[in-house]
Design a protein around this ligand. Structure first.
Ligand code: NDP
Ligand code: 2IT
Length: 446
């Protein structure tokens, strides 16, 4: 490791030794940014990187609620307000039993750079809870969301901090959270994004992360005169991002042969066509069942406890969770002829997996660039809320495509190497950094 990176990381780790995901996210950025700062000393003297790695504010709170049998349950709620240099804190809420401070800090840190890349005025934040929505009734989820918002509503606002969804937080949860905010504050405000279309939501927001990750893959492939048409695609996850990734790949003439959940993956060599995707959406969003049922319904293979990375395909869209592709998985993907990896999930590839992509010069779009379409359309939802005027599907989709194109251009601008290879990791990190860093310089030591 570069000695300056090692020195910086030693300080970060000494402060919060028990946050490995946060260290991982910070180190990846530091490896790109420290050489850049050496060439641009104004950032060094102002200790911009040191300040960016320290949240502006961290909120941790108790979330008590009553379950259906009348027993008291206690969860922990969090909101990390990471950086507000270029706009109000913005980022999702995650409800999953693995949630802890380190995971949310990694997500909030990534969000700062991602939001900057979108070109829209949004700072970075993230929050959530160790609450597990799986197996809970709608009423239990509602009571939990109401208790969570009863505390969170003191800290957020349309010009302060605007949460949205992430793992375990979709339309149902945003509805319950919004209802409680409105009741307590007596304000119909654009304080959350991912809202229902009847009450201030934006068309295309549910689709945006998946569509954006596919648009980004198309941009990367175009640099080599290729496209997704006719390509076999490996997708992980079967939630919001995986579903709309699959929908857009189908529309562009690709074939998705895998999807997964936390218990295993299905392999359907014929492809998950629109009819089968409608089944997945009903299974996951309405019936809240397991992906295994897909294999039973369509007579294809189900691989219990495995991830899909040993399946042959030319494009991969990890869309489940962090560190879901390790070095051995990356070797398998590359060995099977995978040419492009576009990350719908946040930090799904381990550092060693990224090393494999770089060694083989794979087109690799890291999450903070490739999945920025979700938060970008959240930004467009905020704009429409401010104007009190909704845009058409076509309008939002064309803006999303334009934003993904612009993120790609930024990555090329800062990440193109002498031999023409584009290092999208470096490009996204520096491209995301510059705007935030310049804003921080202008605003003084705050
Ligand atoms: P969902 O809750 O809708 O779906 C998550 C999917 O990933 C489910 O299939 C889930 O399986 C699976 N999964 C979750 N945790 C694990 C785990 N630990 N191991 C294996 N599988 C797991 O979430 P989203 O689709 O919204 O989010 C997916 C990823 O995309 C996350 O990394 C998120 O941070 C990222 N992302 C989301 C955005 C959004 O707008 N929603 C925007 C940008 C990034 P199961 O049902 O069994 O738990
Ligand atoms: O990781 C992410 O970018 C999200 N979960 C979406 C955040 C948002 O504010 O829409």
């Amino acid at each position: 490791m570069d000695p300056q990176v090692a020195q910086f990381m030693a300080l970060v780790k000494a402060k919060d030794p028990a946050e490995p995901e946060f260290h991982q996210a910070v180190q990846e950025v530091a490896e790109s940014i420290i050489p850049f700062i050496e060439e641009n000393p104004k950032y060094k003297h102002a200790k911009i990187l040191e300040r960016i790695a320290e949240p502006e504010r961290v909120l941790i709170f108790r979330v008590p609620w009553l379950d259906d049998v009348g027993e008291v349950q206690v969860n922990r709620g969090f909101r990390i307000e990471m950086n507000s240099a270029i706009g109000p804190y913005k980022g999702g809420l995650r409800f999953h039993p693995t949630v802890n401070l380190g995971i949310l800090k990694f997500l909030a840190f990534e969000q700062v750079f991602k939001n900057s890349l979108t070109t829209l005025p949004m700072g970075g934040g993230k929050g959530g809870s160790d609450f597990d929505p799986k197996g809970k009734s709608d009423n239990e989820v509602m009571r939990f969301c109401q208790s969570f918002m009863t505390e969170l509503c003191r800290h957020i606002g349309p010009n302060t901090d605007v949460p949205a969804g992430d793992i375990g937080v979709g339309g149902r949860e945003i509805g319950f959270l919004y209802g409680q905010y409105k009741r307590i504050r007596n304000e119909f405000a654009g304080v959350l994004t991912g809202k229902g279309i009847e009450w201030g939501g934006s068309l295309i927001r549910p689709e945006a992360t998946g569509y954006g990750a596919v648009y980004f893959a198309e941009e990367m492939l175009q640099t080599q005169g290729e496209s997704l048409k006719g390509k076999t695609c490996i997708v992980s996850g079967s939630g919001n991002v995986a579903q709309f990734t699959t929908e857009k790949i189908n529309q562009l003439g690709g074939r998705v042969v895998t999807i997964s959940d936390s218990t295993g993956f299905i392999h359907d060599p014929d492809g998950i066509n629109p009819e089968k995707l409608a089944y997945v959406m009903d299974l996951k969003n309405i019936r809240r069942g397991r992906i295994k049922e897909y294999a039973e319904k369509y007579g294809c293979q189900y691989h219990e406890g495995e991830r899909p990375w040993n399946i042959k395909g030319e494009a991969a869209f990890p869309s489940a969770t962090e560190n879901e592709i390790n070095e051995a998985d990356a070797v398998k993907l590359v060995g099977n002829g995978c040419k492009v990896i576009s990350e719908g999930a946040n930090m799904p590839s381990t550092p060693n997996a990224i090393g494999v992509y770089e060694k083989h010069k794979i087109l690799y779009g890291p999450g903070k660039a490739a999945n920025a379409g979700g938060v970008a359309v959240s930004g467009l939802e905020m704009t429409q809320n401010s104007m009190r005027l909704p845009w058409t599907r076509k309008e939002v989709d064309s803006r999303l495509q334009q934003i993904m194109k612009s993120i790609h251009e930024t990555c090329v601008k800062y990440g193109a190497e002498k031999d023409g290879f584009v290092n999208y990791v470096k490009g996204a990190n520096i491209g995301g950094f510059v705007k935030v860093a310049d804003a921080m310089l202008a605003q003084g030591i705050v």
